[in-house]
Design a protein around this ligand. Sequence first.
Ligand code: FAD
Ligand code: DLZ
Ligand code: SF4
Length: 506
Amino acid sequence: MTENLCVVFGDQLSQNITSLRNFRKKQDKILMMEVVNETTYVNHHKKKLVLIFSAMRHFSENLKKQGYSVIYSKINNSSNTFTEELIKQCKVTKPKKIIVTHPGEYRVLQEIKKWEKILKIPISVPDDDRFFCSIDEFEKWADSKKELKMETFYQMMRKKHHVLIDENGKPKGGKWNYDVKNRKRLPKNHPKIPNILEHKPDKITNQVITDVKKKFSKHFGKLEPFWFATTHEDAVKSLNEFVKNRLETFGPYEDAMAQNEKFLYHSVLSMYLNIGLLEPKQVIDKVLQKKNISIESIEGFVRQILGWREYIRGIYWHTMPKYSETNYFNAKNNLPKFYWTGKTEMNCMKNCLNQTIDDAYAHHIQRLMITGNFSLIAGIEPKQVCEWYLSVYADAFEWVELPNTHGMTLYADGGILGTKPYAASGNYINKMSDYCKDCKYDVKKKEGDNSCPFNYLYWNFFLTNEKKLEKNPRLWTVFSNIKKMSQERKKAIKNDSKKFLSQISN
Ligand code: FAD
Ligand code: DLZ
Ligand code: SF4
């Protein structure tokens, strides 16, 4: 007979997770489940599947080595859902109580809420305290504010956790935010960027690769070469490599994009943070230990983890389930097939999409200003955009993907998260990258054959949504340009857009 059965999900792979905190090796058991529905609710990238299963299997083996009793159901002979597998395992283990840390996703929380009734066993759901800000704390903050702006939240977090704060309680360096210094383009003769750490698959990972090849061959993306860390120790090596070689230059080139440079100076740590191989506090502590580092790099990086990541999670739990239904612009177009195949002549899109197919990774500006921006100005239905982002990135979990997609990228929430839509024309892409020089389209051309689709789709987006946006003070310049625009030019924009959108929908 088992006292406590502690359920650990695939994104809870931290030994310090609250469900295991009071674990007693003699009386308690751990249950980990690879289940069919988790692999099929979207078309997950093959590398994401290998990452999660391999990290789960490594985590379980490590616990067993330490004398924990772990029941582990592998995908080959597992149930469809967490609930079905749990019912099966409870019949054997007969636990007095089930403990599961608060899940990352709303969908899974709804499933857990039914367990007590189905199993007739008490269920305890402690908070996930790997985050700096609890769901309750965010609620209190949100209730006290008229507008839920990231910057105010971030300053509160900095003060509360005493991060980059001087002895007088002021922000180190004098300013809270150095974003304006983080917008450099990568110069032509830039020195070689240090490679990120690639991890060689071990026996466990190779077995998962074989399983995924057999069972998930139709899923999105390239499986090999597989290079992700799948253990806590290897993820720490990746963190150390980033801090040693790339953190210093993270800030200035945070918004840059370059062909043949997938990672630039980004940390490539989100997938490890999101499944628990690294903890946010550990990452912040490590970067703060680095000596002689410029304030724009350290603040820029801290803002992403202590600011954006925590804020995004807060927004998710504050607004679900309604948030996933938002569609402020009533966008209805279908996601073009090239998002899945990478086959498009727009060089910026082709680069970002193929990199996503290869590595289940794109950095923030590629997600926001290329693939995201395109889906915004092409009027693609938010649900379809969301499903794509949730499938294709190794770090994609709904709590972080949804607010980034519906809120930051598509403005589908009507302005809860952002103050204006991040729509941009080819001019922005040309300024921040080297994509345009090798493109079939002409970035300088505004209309007609071969003109860059981002140019006319940008204006078409504002013309289509004029009524909803014209009063936004941050879009004053856009709409004063529209006012000066001739009817002829407006017509040309609409025609070019219509023609292009109908081509890509076929
Ligand atoms: P770095 O640039 O090195 O940043 C450091 C860390 O900060 C990241 O590892 C991440 O944990 C955190 N971070 C940075 N920006 C954000 C942000 N906007 N929201 C939350 N955390 C952030 N991130 C995910 O982790 N999962 C997702 O599913 C996801 N979907 C996104 C979808 C869209 C449309 C957009 C625009 C962004 C999305 N992001 C998502 C945020 C961001 O793009 C990724 O966190 C980042 O690209 C991961 O790469 P990195 O580890 O090299 O990040
Ligand atoms: C993403 C994912 C996949 C593909 N498979 C599993 C799985 O089989 N078992 C599991 O515990 N977790 C998996 N995950 C991560 C879950 O989707 C994640 O645990 C939920 O988001 C929890 O809210
Ligand atoms: Fe992208 Fe337009 Fe530049 Fe081509 S010209 S790479 S489509 S922005």
